[in-house]
Every structure is written in C-alpha cells, then in structure tokens.
Design a protein around this ligand. Structure first.
Ligand SMILES: Cc1cc2nc3c(=O)[nH]c(=O)nc-3n(C[C@H](O)[C@H](O)[C@H](O)COP(=O)(O)O)c2cc1C
Length: 192
C-alpha cells in the first residue's frame, strides 16, 4: 500500500469462483494510476466471540491493520437471504471492536454487488449502509453499482467483460478516490 490513495477491497463471499471477488479484481484493473487496490480475503476470520476481544485472533489483527493502513474501503458483496452475508457481517463486527478501537471509524467506503438473478443486491447494500452508521464510516452515495445476471457479465475465467459495468465501476472508483483524497487533506492524517 504505497499509492497516494490506498483502497482495501473486501468481498462478502468466500466462494472460490465468487463473482463479487471477480468484480474487485476488475476494479483493480480500472482504478486510477494514483490509487492502488489490495484485496483482503475474509477466509480464516473466526466467528466473533466477545471473550476473545482481549487477545484477538491473528487473522483479525491483520485485518484491522490493513483497514487502518488504507485510505478507503471498497466492499463487493452478494445478498444472502435479503441481507448481508454472515461472513462479511462477522468480519465487520470484529474490526469494529472493542469500543474505542473501531478500525473502520471515519473511513470512506463504497459498495458494489453482483448477483446471479435479475433482482438482488439492493437489500444487502442498504443493510450495509445501516451498519456504516454504527461503524461511523463515510459511505459514498453514488454511483450505486448493482450487477445483475452475473453469468452474462463475466467470462469463464472470471474476467468482467461487460463494458457498461466497467464504466460504472470506474465511476465509482473515481468518486471514492476523490472522497478519500479530500478526507486525507481535511484530517491531515489517516490515524483515527
Ligand atoms: C445462502 C444464499 C442466499 C442467497 N440469497 C440471495 C438473495 O437474497 N438475493 C439474491 O439476489 N441472491 C441471493 N443468493 C444468490 C447470490 O446472489 C449468488 O449466489 C451470488 O453469485 C453469490 O455471490 P458470489 O458469486 O460472489 O459468491 C443467495 C445465495 C446464497 C448461497
């Protein structure tokens, strides 16, 4: 993470061929030169247990360090049963704790969703936006990126092929980088 704006990408799916992780990889190719995107895989983050907060698991420590070192967060998530997948909510719960040590506080954040059907993603995104209030993040309102009918937008190797989706992702990245730059200037430091 050594660019002017360093973005941490988080996928809300552990699936090997996850479309949402594939969308983050596509974002990595579309991000402006002055910015970099690193994807953090949520694999290995254990179930949240408040008893472990005094001595947090190593993978959680690593996650919190990556969040703190970043200037902005980009989440790509599917919708599970009309809401945020448990694996993502679990990771957010870890990173937000204990009180006074919320790694997300003040971070600019943007969201995208890919789903296999025609309708989906919106409910997960709006539930996430509610969580951003609790975690005191700075969500980007627009553009909203919802990618329907995933199998028609990616090739067999998981590469994003749909030009309209690429355009929306590029716009979202541009807006996120602009907000992150402004935020860095205003806060003078990225330590929260
Ligand atoms: C447990 C589960 C619940 C799901 N619920 C929804 C849902 O509520 N709305 C929706 O649009 N898709 C739903 N889906 C389908 C996902 O959008 C689809 O599997 C998507 O490709 C998962 O993202 P991924 O490719 O990044 O793993 C669900 C899938 C699973 C496994």
């Amino acid at each position: 993470m050594d660019k002017e704006v360093n973005i941490l990408g988080i996928a809300g799916s552990l699936r090997k061929d996850s479309y949402n992780r594939a969308l983050l990889r596509a974002a990595n190719e579309l991000v402006q030169k002055e910015a970099g995107l690193e994807i953090f895989d949520l694999e290995g983050i254990p179930s949240f247990n408040q008893d472990l907060e005094e001595n947090i698991p190593e993978r959680v420590r690593e996650f919190k360090q990556k969040i703190r070192a970043s200037d902005a967060i980009l989440i790509a998530t599917p919708e599970y049963n009309y809401s945020v997948p448990g694996v993502l909510k679990n990771a957010i719960d870890w990173a937000s704790r204990p009180p006074g040590d919320n790694a997300f506080a003040g971070k600019p954040v943007a969201v995208m969703s890919v789903y296999t059907g025609m309708l989906g993603g919106a409910r997960a995104q709006y539930h996430l936006r509610q969580i951003f209030v609790a975690t005191d993040m700075r969500p980007l309102n627009r553009p909203e990126v919802f990618v329907a009918s995933a199998s028609q937008k990616f090739d067999a190797n998981g590469r994003l092929t749909d030009e309209i989706t690429k355009k929306f992702v590029a716009q979202l990245l541009e807006a996120l980088v602009a907000v992150a730059k402004k935020h860095k200037t205003e806060s003078g430091s990225v330590i929260f």
